[in-house]
Design a protein around this ligand. Structure first.
Ligand code: GLU
Length: 444
């Protein structure tokens, strides 16, 4: 039975790298009709944020990820304590009173052997007694490579703190065993912890699961993708107007590739196609253009009504417009937007008259504006066909260049050179507002 887990710590907004781990772990289990477990690693109470657990659950829900079992490590403290004490009894761990001075905090630079290891203390924190000269190795199922450490480079890690809380190392090993996890998938930054875990598996007599470390997602500017370099939080990206479907599709293809060149996957298609041979060994780069492309694909697939309500959630001004105007605008810009937040930029001129920069106009703009005003004023049937017909007639009668004339109109009405089709926009704005804007552009 394949059983995987996603084991986030509720320490703040989820990063897309974590989300990717969840997607892969889910697909790995579900492809084999196995179980996916959500385990909250909340043993570091100092770093926990309020509402963090609900936020994780909520985010997974947004992407349609359901878990078969749910655990909170903070509810399992007695289990870890029992295991830690057994290790002391077996001689593989020792009590220590200088918990704060951990070799890890010294950045591995000083001696990795703890000063308390041979003092025979009877209480305090519990630390792992790392063997002196041993080879510790395993084969990573993502990297498809054997990784070897020599025990002198592994530090005497704290397993149980003196307050009774386990550290990550102890809790993760005990839980992965007790929860019968067959495949452990985690980010690359956890790799240095693995030799500690391998020793624990051995000392506890646990079977070692398959362990795989995922590649890092890189920043296009170099280095690892990080918060400092822009939005990498899942909430942030959703807030920017990326659809969950697009984000999902983008994220799963950042580190995994199908056998064919297929690009569009929803969750169930991904589960069906999943194969751990598809994990790529080289670090993917966070390619925002690609994300925009995916988002565009999914926006085009949405119904106008659904897209309209996404636009509403991005823009209070848009929401205030007349219902049928909203829908007309949605249809008008559906093919052009990359993100749902683009509504604020693409449609702003519908609720706010522009400040027109005269420098944008071509030479003949005053003539254009005059003719446009007269033509629009004379239109009796306010519909696309008539507007088109009448404006084109005026262009012809006055010997204007069509493109040039409509550019003047576009700039006068919207303040910009690139906008949705201008005649359709004019219909939505209405005859009166169109005339007002033409007049304003004239006298600006
Ligand atoms: N709690 C760790 C995290 O936040 C889990 C690492 C693991 O999956 O072993 O990523």
């Amino acid at each position: 039975m394949v059983r995987t887990r996603f084991a986030p710590s509720p320490t703040g907004s989820m990063h897309i790298g974590n989300l990717r781990t969840a997607f892969y772990a889910y697909a790995l289990a579900k492809h084999e009709k196995g179980d996916f477990i959500l385990r909250i690693e909340d043993t570091d109470k100092k770093r926990e944020v309020l509402g963090g657990v609900d936020d994780i659950k909520d985010l997974l829900g947004i992407f349609g990820i359901e878990w078969d079992e749910f655990y909170l490590q903070s509810e399992r403290l007695s289990v870890y304590k029992k295991f830690a004490e057994k290790l002391v009894a077996d001689g593989h761990a020792f009590y220590c009173r200088c918990e704060a001075k951990n070799a890890k905090e010294d950045g591995f630079s000083t001696s990795l052997r703890d000063v308390c290891r041979d003092k025979g203390l009877k209480s305090g924190a519990i630390k792992l007694r790392v063997p002196d000269n041993e080879e510790i190795k395993f084969t990573d199922f993502v990297l498809r490579d054997e990784i070897i450490w020599h025990s002198p480079v592994v530090f005497d890690a704290t397993l149980l703190k003196s307050d009774g809380f386990p550290t990550y190392h102890l809790a993760v090993v005990v839980d992965d065993h007790e929860m019968k996890i067959s495949h452990v998938l985690r980010g690359h930054d956890w790799l240095p912890s693995t030799p500690i875990h391998l020793l624990l598996y051995k000392y506890f007599g646990f079977e070692i699961p398959e362990i795989g470390h995922l590649t890092d997602i890189l920043d296009p500017e170099g280095g690892k993708l990080s918060k400092r370099k822009g939005s990498t939080s899942v909430r942030g990206l959703l807030g920017e107007g990326y659809l969950p479907e697009a984000l999902f599709n983008f994220v799963i293809l950042s580190g995994w590739a199908p056998k064919d060149n297929r690009e569009l996957f929803n969750l169930s298609e991904f589960v069906k196609a999943f194969d751990s041979d598809g994990f790529q060994k080289s670090n993917p780069v966070f390619n925002r253009e690609k994300l925009d492309w995916f988002n565009g694909q999914y926006i085009r697939q949405m119904s106008d009504e659904d897209l309209n309500s996404k636009f509403q959630s991005q823009s209070p001004q848009f929401t205030k417009l007349d219902q049928s105007d909203q829908l007309s605008i949605t249809k008008l810009i559906k093919d052009r937007v990359k993100k749902t937040s683009d509504i604020n930029e693409f449609a702003k001129f519908f609720w706010e008259a522009p400040v027109v920069d005269k420098n944008l106009f071509s030479e003949k703009y005053t003539e254009h504006l005059e003719v446009a005003q007269d033509t629009i004023l004379a239109i009796e049937q306010w519909n696309n066909e008539t507007i088109n017909e009448q404006l084109l007639k005026s262009v012809k009668d006055n010997g204007f260049k069509t493109g040039d004339f409509f550019m003047t109109l576009r700039i006068a009405i919207t303040g910009q050179k690139f906008t949705p089709p201008i005649n359709d926009s004019i219909i939505i704005l209405g005859q009166e507002e169109t005339l007002t804007r033409l007049q304003k552009a004239f006298s600006s």
